[in-house]
Design a protein around this ligand. Structure first.
Ligand code: FE
Ligand code: FE
Ligand code: ZN
Length: 269
């Protein structure tokens, strides 16, 4: 959800859409800038959130950040962004912040994972309330985080693993080759075996324009992609997942998302 008009306005929009949680960008998703919210605005935001009993909120770090990079400038920027945004989002009382682990761009996954771990260690003090979520990725290019094992390596490597959780993106895992359409049970037991289901804190609910195992990341609106409505409803209704917060990242505007949420509520009845 866009916070160009401020965080209180975004929260008010959520209420209009008859939703009860939201994902916001922690700063400009394709740049580096951010706005400082006035005390008045933050107070409004907290009031709306409280009065409407919002579930856990999720902040998304910018796409321009690559914590796996071996290029000094790129890496220093990523370290600064994740450090600042963990602190900024924690100060707002946001429950979770998610980031794309990164792309190793040729240095190899192992070296990339090492960079991510060092980057997280300089960003997480261990005194935060916020949980830092690693997102499951589709594996386009040299992306890290395509397998549950890779995410596990990152978590196990940091000084404060207790502050690290996972955000599962349905489009990404499907395109990464985890068959949530024909074998949701198998995928979840694999997740549980490698990472532990208790680490799963959020779901990005998206359909996929690209086929199973294609390693391509193109979100589709719910029901219009290769995953399909039926399989996504099963994800929402699964006993291990149904209490989690779900965030739509489908290519729609606010009005479209309101309709999509309405449709899902209808189907889940
Ligand atoms: Fe993402
Ligand atoms: Fe996502
Ligand atoms: Zn994506």
């Amino acid at each position: 959800m866009s916070i160009a008009d401020g965080i209180a306005k975004a929260a008010a929009n959520v209420v209009k859409m008859e939703a009860n949680t939201m994902q916001i960008f922690s700063r400009n998703p394709r740049g580096s800038g951010y706005k400082n919210y006035s005390a008045d605005e933050v107070e409004k935001f907290q009031k709306i959130r409280k009065e409407n009993h919002f579930g856990p909120l999720l902040a998304h770090a910018p796409y321009t950040m690559n914590l796996a990079s071996a290029q000094e400038k790129v890496y220093e920027f990523a370290c600064m962004v994740i450090r600042e945004d963990i602190a900024r989002m924690d100060a707002l009382g946001i429950e979770n912040i998610v980031f794309h682990p990164g792309s190793h761009t040729g240095i190899g996954a192992e070296a990339g994972v090492k960079n991510i771990i060092v980057g997280l260690n300089q960003a997480i003090t261990g005194n935060e309330s916020i949980t830092v979520l690693l997102e499951t990725m589709s594996g386009k290019g040299t992306e890290i985080g395509v397998t549950f094992e890779e995410l596990k390596k990152i978590r196990d490597g940091v000084e404060h693993p207790e502050r690290i959780g996972i955000c599962l993106d349905t489009c990404h895992v499907f395109s990464a080759g985890y068959d949530i359409v024909n074998n949701l049970e198998g995928v979840l037991s694999e997740f549980d075996r490698v990472l532990g289901l208790e680490l799963l804190k959020a779901i990005h609910l998206n359909d996929s324009m690209m086929p199973f195992g294609s390693h391509k990341d193109r979100h589709a609106t719910i029901g219009s992609g290769e995953i399909g409505l039926e399989a996504l409803l099963k994800v929402m209704e699964h006993p291990a997942l149904r209490e989690l917060p779900f965030y739509l990242e489908t290519p729609l505007d606010d009005a479209g998302h309101r309709d999509e949420i309405q449709m899902l509520k209808e189907k889940l009845k």
